[in-house]
Ligand binder design. Sequence first.
Ligand code: MG
Length: 203
Amino acid sequence: MKIICVGRNYLAHVKELDNDLPSEPMFFMKPETALLPEGKPFLYPDFSKEIHYETELVLRICKTGKNIAENDAPYYYNAITVGIDFTARDLQSQCKAKGHPWEVAKAFDGSAPVGKFQEISKLKNPGDITFGMKRNGEWAQQGCSRDMIFSFDKIIAHVSRFVTLQDGDLIFTGTPQGVGEVCVGDVLELFLEGKMVFSVVVK
Ligand code: MG
């Protein structure tokens, strides 16, 4: 399986990092080894001094597809949760400045904790999904799917032009505003529609 991550998908977050507004979804990938099993701590890596959390809705692909039309996209995902796109912001800034790829800043081991999946059809209002993350008991980020620049369906149509999507692949759909640094000792709790779906300790 693979993990596809969309960047710059919420206006307020694009502005907080002083990035340009994308005209189409931009994406990068993380490997399967970026997943963090429930109960395992996130180990603060020794190659960065500035690890940021980015709290994101995560879709799970349920059917293999290529060149998927936007109208057909809902047939290709059936489950959703919340995850963290951990980012070594210091390394990412260096990559951006040099025009280098982002993998060292984004794809490292444990950089993709993902919560327990829920069936999308069982959500109250699939067009209006609320999510968030508490850091040490206080809200650090809160978002809603209605604020995305590119919808789930647009993302799937775009990504599948380039990359075949397969059953079990995950798509991180971008972070709302409020990204920030984590510290050793932090406890991060992820919420989907008010229900906790994952918690992780930074060690
Ligand atoms: Mg992200």
